[in-house]
Write a protein that binds this ligand. Structure first.
Ligand SMILES: [Fe+2]
Length: 229
C-alpha cells in the first residue's frame, strides 16, 4: 500500500528561498469565503479594455523591438480538458535584454523604446490564446548572491469573477537557470514544475519571422498548471 501523500501542486505562501514571500504571505488564518463566492459574477472586463492588436507586443512601438521574435500560443482548459472560452489572458515580461518597462526596475540593461512588455487577449471558442512577442532575457535580482531569474513570461488569468484571478509564470525548456531558481523550485512537485514550461512548436510560429512556442494552461485537477508563483 502506498500511503505517500501526493505533493502539493501549488507553491507555499511562504518560501524561505524566495525572500520577498516573507513580506507578503498571510500571517493570519485565511478567511473562508461563503459557498458560491467563486461563482458570483463580478464586474466583467469593461468593454474597450482589450483592443485589437493588444496581443501583438511587437507592434506597440514605432518600429519592431529588439530580440528574438516568438509566437506564444496555447489553450486555457478546465479540469476535464474543456476549453475556457472568452477569458481574459494577460502577460507581462522583460524585454530581450532582461529589463522591465517599469520605474521600479533599475537593472543596468537597456530599455527598448519599442517594447513595453504587456499584452492581453481573450481566449476564443476553443480556449486558444495567441501572443506575438519577443523572447525575454534573464535578469538579476537581489534575492541571493549571483541570483538570476530564468527567462519567463508572467500570466494573469481572469475568470468571470474578480476572486477567480490566477497568476503563474511560464518558462523555457532547457534553461540552465531553472535548477537554481527559488521561484520555479517553490513548486514542490517536479512534474508540476514541468507544466510551467512551454514547448517549442515551430508550426505555431511565423515562417521566416518568429519562432513558435506552445503553452497550455490547465486550471484545476491533477494535471493543473501550478498557480501562484
Ligand atoms: Fe519577472
Amino acid at each position: 500500500m502506498n500511503d505517500m501523500k501526493p505533493l502539493p501542486l501549488d507553491p507555499p505562501y511562504d518560501w524561505p528561498g524566495y525572500g520577498s514571500t516573507r513580506l507578503r504571505f498571510p500571517r493570519e488564518p485565511l478567511v473562508a469565503l461563503p459557498a458560491g463566492a467563486f461563482d458570483r459574477p463580478g464586474p466583467l472586463v469593461p468593454g474597450g479594455f482589450v483592443h485589437a492588436g493588444d496581443n501583438d507586443l511587437t507592434r506597440h512601438g514605432k518600429t519592431l523591438p529588439l530580440g528574438e521574435r516568438m509566437v506564444l500560443a496555447g489553450r486555457l482548459l478546465d479540469t476535464d480538458g474543456r476549453p475556457v472560452r472568452r477569458s481574459l489572458v494577460e502577460i507581462w515580461q522583460a524585454n530581450a535584454s532582461g529589463r522591465y518597462h517599469h520605474p521600479a526596475d533599475n537593472h543596468d540593461a537597456p530599455l527598448d523604446p519599442n517594447f513595453q512588455g504587456l499584452g492581453r487577449t481573450f481566449t476564443d471558442d476553443d480556449g486558444w490564446y495567441r501572443f506575438v512577442t519577443v523572447k525575454p532575457g534573464a535578469y538579476p535580482w537581489q534575492n541571493h548572491p549571483h541570483a538570476w531569474r530564468p527567462a519567463h513570461v508572467h500570466f494573469s488569468l481572469l475568470g468571470n469573477a474578480p476572486i477567480q484571478r490566477l497568476v503563474t509564470q511560464m518558462y523555457f525548456p532547457g534553461d540552465p537557470l531553472l535548477a537554481l531558481d527559488p521561484v520555479f523550485n517553490s513548486v514542490p512537485d517536479p512534474a508540476a514544475r514541468g507544466r510551467m514550461l512551454c514547448s517549442l512548436a515551430l508550426e505555431t510560429g511565423i515562417e521566416g519571422v518568429a519562432l513558435g512556442y506552445r503553452f497550455d494552461i490547465v486550471l484545476a485537477g491533477t494535471r493543473s498548471t501550478p498557480l501562484g508563483p
